[in-house]
Design a protein. Structure first.
Length: 156
């Protein structure tokens, strides 16, 4: 089991994910998770251990670096009365990651309220979120799109 769980604070979760071998071995570091679950900042440092055949960032690591965060941020703001899952994930590799790559996953309150309103009476919602992965100069290395499934739990 991973060293993190739903009952942790954002800081406890950040520390747990950073010690998780899935991230640690890929040189992925969670720099920040906002206290209100509205934002996460994740960085991948390019090393020999996470570079590909061409010496640039391995696509699987770029994919992994934001894998849990859209769901985690939304689920924690929605609360335990809602099911929140990844449904579909796509990644568009725009240019090689030749150095550190950073992603900022944002889940602002107004988006959470839109999701809550759309699912208030038990309806399921499939909503797309887009997260750019950026090189140090701000250029886009990749863009990840995630379709998230949300539904109010029937027993809630």
């Amino acid at each position: 089991m991973p060293p993190f769980s739903r009952d942790q604070t954002p800081e406890q979760l950040r520390q747990g994910i950073n010690s998780w071998p899935t991230f640690a071995t890929q040189e992925i570091e969670v720099l920040e998770i906002a206290d209100d679950w509205s934002r996460a900042v994740i960085r991948l440092d390019l090393t020999e251990d996470n570079s590909n055949y061409f010496g640039t960032a391995f696509g699987g690591s770029l994919f992994s670096m934001i894998d849990p965060f859209v769901v985690i941020l939304l689920a924690n703001q929605m609360g335990e009365d809602f099911t929140v899952w990844d449904k579909v994930v796509e990644i568009d590799f725009v240019r090689p990651g030749a150095g550190p790559v950073t992603a900022i996953v944002e889940m602002p309150a107004n988006v959470v309220e839109e999701v809550r309103a759309a699912t208030a009476h038990g309806e399921k919602l499939l909503r797309w979120f887009e997260v750019p992965l950026l090189a140090e100069d701000g250029s886009v290395v990749a863009v990840q799109r995630r379709q998230i499934y949300v539904r109010k739990r029937r027993d809630a």
